[in-house]
Design a protein around this ligand. Structure first.
Ligand code: BGC
Length: 435
């Protein structure tokens, strides 16, 4: 008989462990009109035209060069029609034995014009949450996942401290409109580090700026936005457990005994992983983090330094996912240990997954992740939940539609949903580990 590494008689997962999946409004809903959808329309042709030069470093490029060079790939459009199909999607989540679900509210839907609230959109999100509760699925509500109304970004968005009042107002309105007393978990911001870096340092994402100075302002304003939201939410419901979804990478020195590699690794850990979380230490009830990457840092040789790279990532060439990302699922373990030792707060894995259209690696990834979580739990690290990214195939930002992260595959022509074999494996593990 095939033995699973996770077939233990002694189960360390708590009974109330949150087994879930994660989504983001803009990536699944369809029909959104925000700063990102405007950017898609302006940039789709250029992204398709430059796909080869940008992406052909990926060993998987040939497999995806068709969609990657097609402008339609870069338009979120109808999404996967989750806005109208959420009830059946939630049923599918329930059938996978999930007892929690991370989702977002799209600010541009509820406040399409400054100060004008859309009653129908609020009704939708109320019903959405009610449906989750009805199915006994714990809602994990995410307030900001990079998309914003254009009236807000036209004013400079998070570049200006004075604009934070608009985000405050949105958060207050959430407290008024939604059944905030029925909720337990709120994530204020998704990956502020990724948003600020891609929007303001590399300039690959909207608003395509390359300014360290503006990056600093945006990043710090996101710290402020979180702290202010924390206060507003706690006033509305003191029992809420509030956190962020930070993007953390397991960073290791390529040559562990090399002081320069160690220096680069430590610096990156601080700058990328801890800087933001350190600022909000007192304003979080749990630490939420998204894990995708293990990176091996190496100090640059003269060739690199001449190109301005003081250090660089020197990852093994395999195994990689469809996006060419090096995969080391068990690398979540050292992160769990470090997060726990830094903050001593309950931890929720708010995203974790891989682009794997043919579902060749996902089962292995989930199994290794479960083993890593077991190890952490057996060492008394307070891990409260795991949200796999993602429930459904979805719109992968500037890369568009071809990377498929879903436990459930979506055919975007027919919108037909098909449960992937790895999802069935995940569902079985949940049953076993919930006993
Ligand atoms: C983001 C998701 C994204 C996923 C895979 C995370 O950085 O929060 O929106 O789809 O990674 O790239």
């Amino acid at each position: 008989m095939k033995q699973n590494r996770t077939n233990h008689s002694h189960n360390v997962f708590p009974k109330d462990f949150l087994w879930g999946a994660s989504t983001a409004a803009h990536q699944v809903e369809g029909g959104n009109v925000n700063q990102w959808s405007a950017w898609e329309l302006e940039n789709a042709s250029e992204l398709a035209k430059t796909a080869k030069e940008r992406l052909s470093w990926m060993p998987t490029f040939n497999q995806f060069s068709g969609p990657a060079t097609n402008p339609d790939n870069y338009i979120s459009g109808h999404g996967v029609e989750h806005y109208s199909r959420y009830k059946s999607d939630m049923k599918a989540a329930k059938n996978l034995n999930l007892n929690s679900f991370r989702f977002g509210i799209e600010w541009s839907r509820v406040e399409p014009r400054e100060g004008v609230w859309d009653a129908a959109a609020w009704k939708h999100y109320k019903e959405y949450i009610a449906e989750l509760l009805e199915l006994d699925i714990e809602p994990v509500l995410n307030l900001w996942h990079w998309t914003m109304p254009t009236w807000f970004t036209d004013k400079g968005g998070f570049e200006k401290k004075k604009n934070l009042v608009y985000f405050d107002r949105f958060v207050k309105k959430i407290c008024e409109e939604l059944q905030i007393h029925n909720l337990q978990y709120i994530i204020t911001l998704n990956e502020p580090n990724v948003y600020a870096t891609f929007g303001y340092v590399t300039g690959e994402w909207p608003p395509n700026r390359k300014s360290i100075f503006t990056f600093g302002k945006v990043y710090y304003n996101l710290v402020r936005a979180h702290k202010r939201s924390y206060r507003i939410l706690k006033e509305a419901n003191p029992r809420l457990r509030i956190g962020v979804a930070a993007q953390l990478a397991n960073m290791q020195a390529k040559r562990p005994q090399n002081v320069f590699d160690l220096f680069a690794t430590r610096w990156m850990r601080y700058a990328w992983n801890w800087w933001f979380l350190n600022r909000i230490k007192k304003q979080q009830d749990f630490v939420g983090f998204n894990y995708y990457f293990t990176d091996y840092y190496r100090f640059g040789d003269w060739q690199h330094i001449k190109k301005g790279q003081l250090f660089y990532r020197a990852n093994p060439k395999e195994p990689i996912n469809d996006l060419g990302w090096y995969m080391e699922p068990e690398g979540i373990y050292p992160l769990l240990v470090r997060v726990w030792s830094h903050y001593k707060k309950p931890i929720m894995i708010t995203e974790n997954g891989l682009a794997d259209t043919n579902d060749v690696h996902r089962r292995w990834w989930i199994e290794e992740t479960i083993v890593a979580m077991e190890r952490a739990l057996s060492e008394d690290i307070q891990l409260i939940g795991y949200q796999h990214w993602s429930l459904l195939d979805n719109f992968e930002w500037a890369t568009g539609w071809w990377p498929e992260f879903g436990l459930i595959h979506v055919d975007r022509k027919t919108m037909k949903r098909t449960v992937r074999p790895s999802a069935k494996y995940y569902a079985d593990q949940i049953t076993k580990l919930s006993q």
